[in-house]
Design a protein. Structure first.
Ligand SMILES: CC(C)(COP(=O)(O)OP(=O)(O)OC[C@H]1O[C@@H](n2cnc3c(N)ncnc32)[C@H](O)[C@@H]1OP(=O)(O)O)[C@@H](O)C(=O)NCCC(=O)NCCS
Length: 179
């Protein structure tokens, strides 16, 4: 490094949440999304091919938060064919350095404000029993949209996961009241 080059930002430099740009993912984000999911606690890591498909076929119902050229947050979601009034949120991840500043909420708000999602009345997701941050994120969404949350088991530890994974509880949020 020459004396004129700037030192890289320290990991513990406070992050300004306004510096993020939120946009739809493209296939070129697939690898970065895969890496972010891989290092996130609680999340199942799927194949790179899976994230490439998401960033291609489900880009209009997914979002990335860019910090410069880096993917600092992601929400992957889709509209289930049998539930055209519902956004099913599959995975949400925010880089550890950017957590706790409202970024995941901003990503969800962005998704629900798009032309192709404005008509949706419900959000669904699944959470495991011990994921406090994820539960808090979706409870907060329900408060912002002035609505309630119902909970039921969607995939059961014994029945569906062969005891290899904790039960996934479905949170159904809605009907959404748009601000
Ligand atoms: C869950 C996760 C995406 C939240 O991202 P984030 O950007 O820190 O969330 P936000 O700052 O938007 O917070 C949203 C709400 O959740 C609350 N929250 C966030 N993290 C929390 C935690 N660890 N414990 C308790 N509440 C928490 C916030 O206080 C906020 O509530 P409020 O709006 O009432 O103030 C992030 O912690 C993460 O990537 N975790 C690992 C992966 C994961 O568990 N994903 C979810 C399952 S798909």
């Amino acid at each position: 490094m020459s004396m004129f080059e700037q030192a890289p930002a320290r990991q513990d430099t406070p992050i300004n949440p306004h510096q993020f740009i939120i946009r739809q993912p493209t296939p070129d984000d697939g690898n970065a999304v895969h890496n972010l999911i891989h290092k996130s606690a609680f999340l199942d890591n799927n194949s790179l091919y899976c994230y490439l498909l998401l960033c291609t076929h489900f880009s209009t119902t997914s979002a990335v938060a860019m910090m410069g050229a880096k993917v600092a947050g992601v929400v992957t979601a889709y509209i289930p064919p049998q539930q055209p009034d519902t956004l099913f949120v599959w995975q949400v991840a925010v880089d550890a350095v950017a957590q706790g500043q409202g970024l995941a909420s901003k990503l969800l708000n962005d998704l629900l404000a798009r032309d192709n999602t404005r008509h949706l009345s419900f959000v669904e997701t699944t959470v495991t029993g011990n994921n406090t941050a994820s539960r808090a994120l979706f409870m907060s969404l329900a408060r912002r949209f002035n609505t309630s949350v119902s909970e039921s088991v969607m995939f059961d530890r014994e029945q569906h996961f062969l005891s290899l994974h904790d039960s996934e509880h479905k949170l159904r949020i809605g009907p959404l009241e748009r601000p």
